[in-house]
Design a protein around this ligand. Structure first.
Ligand code: F0G
Length: 445
């Protein structure tokens, strides 16, 4: 097998190198440009001659919601007109991903002083993270290309998602995760969904490097976000969001940044929506990183976005514990194109914001909470104005990292920090008597 995509005669897409612009109909297993080695993206050449009609697209996406066909029930494949085409809709490996809620955040709105504050909760996907939106597309194309094995390096969520879609699609999954550096709950998903799971004695960046070598030597299909099919699927987050907002464009979208695939995908979607006339202006797309894993922040500030500054990554938000982000160039491009900002937040700020999102009755994993922490910073800087509308992209479910949450509420995390005390809700151990429970009730009145 020499290429990951044997384009069918009717393929509606091509690959294009993001650096030298070289176009091709097929991609090698490393998904890198044959000329300059940079990353590939997917383009739709037919749009040049005849753009899909925006009003017709919106109406057919709405109509599909009423259909019982699996591809129509998927919040990803419902938007298939803007995705690489399948020969038949039933080729899609789908768990009915997407269809994630857009929540108002009344308490966080009060705290930040931004009444128009929303959360697009991608943690409500089938395996609990935004990865499912990309995985359904990339796993489908892996199966179409005839691969028996799919593989990924991961900080946990990609592996959970890939393991699920591999099994649903009748393929084997190989997971490479850094030993001791991902949450048990994510690891347990990969095990349960039946992947071959390798805990490597390295970090995420080490796992990804090894995978890049592996795909050149063995017939495994890589499902990291270097794979441009992943980003096409993840684009649908933005399509679905705009549909939920009745195509009224928010002023800001804020996403966490790790390997930087998701911000790249959302940015690509926004630019394509503008090109096709689905929206008339762009929201500013901002990326927030943990201070201890701030490669993009440093790349933009210290190198003007011209070359990557890698960092040794350390953060308790393990999902974004990444020091050498693969899609940094794509992310830098979409930040510039949409006029977004790039900020970093501290571990305390992450814990604080996570508890505030939890107290909304929603919750998210630590990496997702950087968005709220980042918003507070962007407000202070005047980059976001209180009367503007803001959508935070919550990337993972609260239950993805229970250790973090329990350490926080029990006071084991930042025990000396007074500003966090009011947000902690530690469990109370009592004798099993009515008096004890009533006494506790009074105490918390
Ligand atoms: N939020 C969560 C919950 C994640 O799992 C990730 C990435 C990100 C944000 C960052 O997204 O990498 O596209 O910038 N997790 C990957 C994984 C790397 O392996 O699960 P990104």
């Amino acid at each position: 097998m020499s290429s990951t995509s044997t384009p069918a005669r009717q393929a509606n897409f091509r690959f294009r190198c993001i650096a030298c612009g070289d176009g091709s109909d097929a991609a090698g297993q490393d998904f890198r440009c044959g000329h300059c080695g940079d990353l590939l993206e997917i383009t739709y050449p037919a749009w040049k001659e005849s753009k899909p009609d925006a009003a017709a697209l919106k109406s057919s996406w709405r109509d599909r919601k009423l259909s019982s066909k699996p591809a129509d029930q998927s919040g990803v494949w419902r938007f298939r007109d803007l995705l690489p085409a399948l020969e038949k809709d039933d080729q899609a490996i789908t768990l009915r991903e997407g269809n994630t809620p857009l929540y108002e955040l009344p308490q966080c709105a009060r705290i930040t002083g931004v009444p128009g504050l929303f959360a697009k909760h991608q943690g409500m996907n089938p395996t609990g993270s935004f990865k499912d939106a990309g995985m359904t597309v990339a796993a489908t194309f892996a199966r179409i290309a005839g691969f028996k094995w799919v593989a990924c390096a991961s900080t946990g969520n990609t592996s959970a998602s890939m393991a699920a879609y591999a099994s649903r699609g009748g393929m084997r999954g190989l997971v490479l995760v850094p030993e001791g550096k991902i949450s048990w709950s994510k690891l347990s998903q990969a095990l349960d969904y039946g992947a071959v799971t390798c805990q490597l004695r390295t970090d995420f960046d080490g796992c990804l490097k090894l995978l890049q070598e592996l795909v050149k030597r063995a017939p495994v299909y890589q499902l990291n976000s270097i794979n441009p099919f992943r980003l096409e699927g993840q684009k649908t987050l933005a399509l679905e969001l705009l549909e939920q907002l009745d195509w009224q464009v928010p002023d800001h979208m804020i996403v966490p940044g790790g390997n930087l695939g998701n911000s790249s995908a959302i940015g690509k979607a926004l630019l394509e929506m503008l090109e096709l006339g689905l929206i008339s202006r762009l929201p500013k797309l901002s990326v927030i990183q943990a201070e201890g894993a701030n490669a993009l922040v440093r790349t933009l500030r210290e190198a003007g976005g011209k070359r990557l500054i890698s960092v040794p990554a350390e953060t308790r938000a393990t999902a974004i514990r990444i020091g050498n982000p693969a899609s940094w160039k794509k992310a830098a491009h979409v930040l510039e194109a949409t006029g977004g900002a790039c900020e970093q937040v501290s571990e305390v700020e992450i814990a604080h914001a996570k508890a505030e999102i939890g107290a909304e009755g929603i919750g998210c994993e630590p990496a997702s909470a950087v968005t709220l922490a980042g918003l507070k910073k962007l407000l202070k800087q005047g980059f976001v104005k209180p009367d503007e509308s803001v959508v935070l992209v919550l990337t993972g479910h609260l239950l993805k990292d229970p250790d973090f949450t329990i350490d926080f509420h029990r006071g084991d995390m930042f025990p000396q920090n007074a500003s966090l005390s009011a947000l902690r809700h530690p469990p109370v151990v009592l004798d099993a008597t009515l008096d004890a429970v009533i006494g506790t009730l009074k105490q918390f009145e």
